[in-house]
Design a protein around this ligand. Structure first.
Ligand code: HEC
Ligand code: HEC
Length: 189
């Protein structure tokens, strides 16, 4: 498992460097087009509604990948398909740079469940970074809404969300594991 994680990280870092080497993103241009995103994702990208993930402080390479995936249809969501259909790769990189520059406000998690989820979370840090603060194309989970994370683990598990290595990992988690580990992630700062 450790070796697989190391190999995968190598691939992800390679992707990260090759995609950021192309053009330097413009945070101010991203900020100018971000106003409409706040309607759902909250002021400055800190969502107060678990239907919508927090974007503030998320890794730029992950954000850019997701925006392209929604636009190109490899991640399926009607709202986000509409939001991204007119965006160029440059617009996407600017938006990603802007949201990643904002300060993340932790959504918090249920304390009792968070305690139970702590041991399971150890197997996530290898890819999601220490304290699940994110790494390259692997997202920050720390402080994200537990209910949003739960939905994502279920769509990975049933195969509706296909990108990346999460299908197999989510498949190893029971519903109880999913509830506990996501409350733990949400409780991190
Ligand atoms: C009408 C509401 C709405 C608006 C406006 C909106 N989004 Fe979203 N966004 C969503 C929903 C709902 C999801 C969760 C989709 C899912 O469950 O897979 C999402 C997910 C995302 C994700 C994936 C985050 C993750 O952790 O995987 C990104 C990135 C994102 N949106 C960026 C944006 C940006 C940038 C804008 C503005 C250009 C925007 N969104 C505008 C509703 C919206
Ligand atoms: C082998 C590396 C790896 C491991 C181990 C791993 N993840 Fe992931 N995870 C990823 C990658 C890569 C993505 C991004 C997938 C994509 O691009 O859509 C991801 C995405 C996610 C998402 C979606 C987040 C969002 O904002 O939509 C959740 C939730 C998640 N992982 C939870 C976990 C949990 C919980 C664990 C531990 C039980 C874990 N992951 C272990 C690599 C990993």
């Amino acid at each position: 498992m450790q070796l697989i994680i190391k190999l995968l990280n190598g691939v992800f870092l390679g992707l990260l460097f090759s995609s950021t080497a192309i053009a330097k993103p413009d945070i101010n241009a991203g900020k100018e087009s971000a106003g409409m995103c706040f309607n759902c994702h909250g002021a400055e990208g800190n969502s107060t509604n678990s239907n919508f993930p927090t974007l503030a402080g998320q890794k730029p390479a992950y954000l850019a990948n997701q925006l392209r995936a929604f636009r190109d249809g490899t991640r399926d969501n009607g709202m986000m398909k509409n939001m991204t259909s007119a965006l160029s790769n440059k617009d996407i990189n600017n938006l990603a740079a802007y949201f990643s520059s904002l300060k993340n406000k932790s959504a918090g998690g249920n304390e009792e469940l968070a305690k139970q989820g702590k041991s399971k979370a150890l197997m996530c840090f290898g890819c999601h970074g220490n304290g699940a603060k994110g790494m390259g194309v692997t997202p920050r989970l720390a402080g994200q809404h537990p209910a949003y994370l739960q939905r994502q683990l279920h769509v990975f598990k049933d195969g509706t969300r296909e990108n990346g290595p999460m299908r197999g990992i989510a498949g190893m988690l029971s519903d109880e594991d999913i509830n506990a580990v996501t409350e733990y992630m949400g409780s991190l700062k």
